[in-house]
Design a protein around this ligand. Structure first.
Ligand code: NAI
Ligand code: PHE
Length: 360
């Protein structure tokens, strides 16, 4: 990469601090991106996976960290946005993984509270417990270790509330009974979402690259139908719910979509912001990802830092639907995409708030 390219990329990112370290014992690269601390300490999950290149991992962490800034702002959390990636070269033994996470936790601790983390793709409660051995700046440790546990069921609940609000706006009814919902990715969030939607009477079309996982989910939910992972784009449905990877909405896929709305948990669903305009032109109502998928952070931060009880957390998660309604109205009034309307809302919220006390 040319020097100027690095400079341009970082300028475009517009964040505050980027820490990159090679973990010699495992060969992993660790990147922590603090995008904004305007509203308080940066909070965002840790993504642990293999990447095709270090460059790809860095692009991911920069984009994801910026997404956390707007997510936390629109959700009204007293925090900024950040994210971390751990790009591992291959499978690790349990011992290697624990030692890597402990070294990573020491990096977080060295940031003195400017960044606190939680789970994301490839990490869960047990990993947060390991991180918690070396730093207090961690959310979603297990209940036994004093954390609030998994955040994904609350993310899924927020996505369900968002699907209802988006359907209501697009069709006049938020009734899920008989609606065809196509879920891409049946992991932590998608698996719980499938159960919630099934119980609400939706007709499920389920896809995952992990065939065992999709078969087990289909078997557990009578009436659900498997869709091959490679056939997701182009499968007809009412609701397309991306709950796996980013970049699924792009110039190639949007013309093939046959759905009324896109409403799912995955971060960074749009490859480029202009893709939101393309969805709008196609008559597809897009629920901005960083709004609809904020249930997990609301739960983690609400329970662990703000002293919220379950009723208050649930009310905030249901309010995701109202926020989306506001965004859809703004989008129509201002003749802009829903993503642009959501970003406007985020910019309005990007002012300092009372700083949340240091975790721990
Ligand atoms: P996960 O790793 O538990 O599940 C992802 C699932 O997607 C896995 O079953 C995987 O096999 C599948 N998958 C991967 N590539 C696929 C493809 N091309 N087609 C179909 N399936 C594919 O991750 P989790 O926690 O459920 O998160 C899903 C998405 O939601 C991620 O983008 C994450 O950043 C986002 N998110 C998660 C939150 C949480 O509370 N866990 C909160 C907010 C966003
Ligand atoms: N993966 C979560 C997200 O993208 C991050 C997170 C969850 C951080 C819970 C803190 C607490 O929103």
């Amino acid at each position: 990469m040319e020097d100027r390219e690095v400079e341009l990329g970082l300028e475009q990112w517009g964040g505050e601090e980027l820490l990159i370290r090679r973990d010699a014992p495992t060969g992993a690269w660790i990147g922590i991106a603090i995008h904004s601390t305007v509203r308080g300490p940066a909070v965002g999950g840790t993504r642990l996976r293999r990447y095709p290149s270090v460059h790809a991992a860095l692009v991911d962490v920069l984009r994801l960290s910026a997404g956390m800034t707007v997510k936390n702002a629109v959700a009204g959390m007293p925090c900024g946005g950040g994210k971390a990636v751990i790009a591992v070269p291959g499978p690790l033994t349990d011992g290697e993984r624990e030692a890597l996470l402990e070294r990573y936790a020491e990096m977080i601790d060295g940031l003195g509270g400017r960044f606190a983390t939680g789970p994301d793709i490839g990490t869960g409660e047990a990993d947060m417990d390991v991180i918690g051995r070396r730093t207090a700046h961690v959310f979603c440790r297990s209940l036994g270790q004093g954390g609030s546990g998994r955040a994904s069921p609350w993310t899924a609940a927020g996505v369900q509330a968002g699907i209802r609000a988006t359907l209501r706006h697009r069709t006049g009814s938020d009734d899920l009974a008989g609606r065809q919902v196509l879920i891409q990715g049946l992991g932590e969030v998608g698996g719980v979402l499938a159960r919630l939607l099934h119980d609400a009477g939706a007709r499920l079309l389920l896809a995952d690259v992990d065939r065992e996982r999709v078969r087990a989910t289909v078997a557990a939910l009578p009436g659900a139908v498997e869709v091959p992972a490679e056939a997701v784009i182009g499968t007809e449905c009412d609701v397309f719910s991306p709950c796996a990877i980013g970049g699924v909405l792009n110039a190639e896929t949007i013309p093939q979509l046959r759905c009324l709305i896109v409403a799912g948990a995955a971060n960074n669903q749009l490859l480029e912001e202009a893709d939101a305009d393309h969805l709008r032109a196609a008559g597809i109502l897009y629920a901005p990802d960083f709004v609809i998928n904020s249930g997990g952070i609301v739960r983690g931060i609400g329970a662990e830092r703000l002293g919220w009880g379950e009723a208050q957390i649930d009310a905030r998660i249901q309010a995701i639907g109202e926020t989306l309604e506001e965004i859809y109205r703004d989008s129509e009034r201002l003749d802009i995409s829903t993503a642009a309307a959501a970003n406007r809302l985020a910019q309005e919220a990007l002012t300092p708030v009372e700083v949340v006390s240091a975790p721990g």
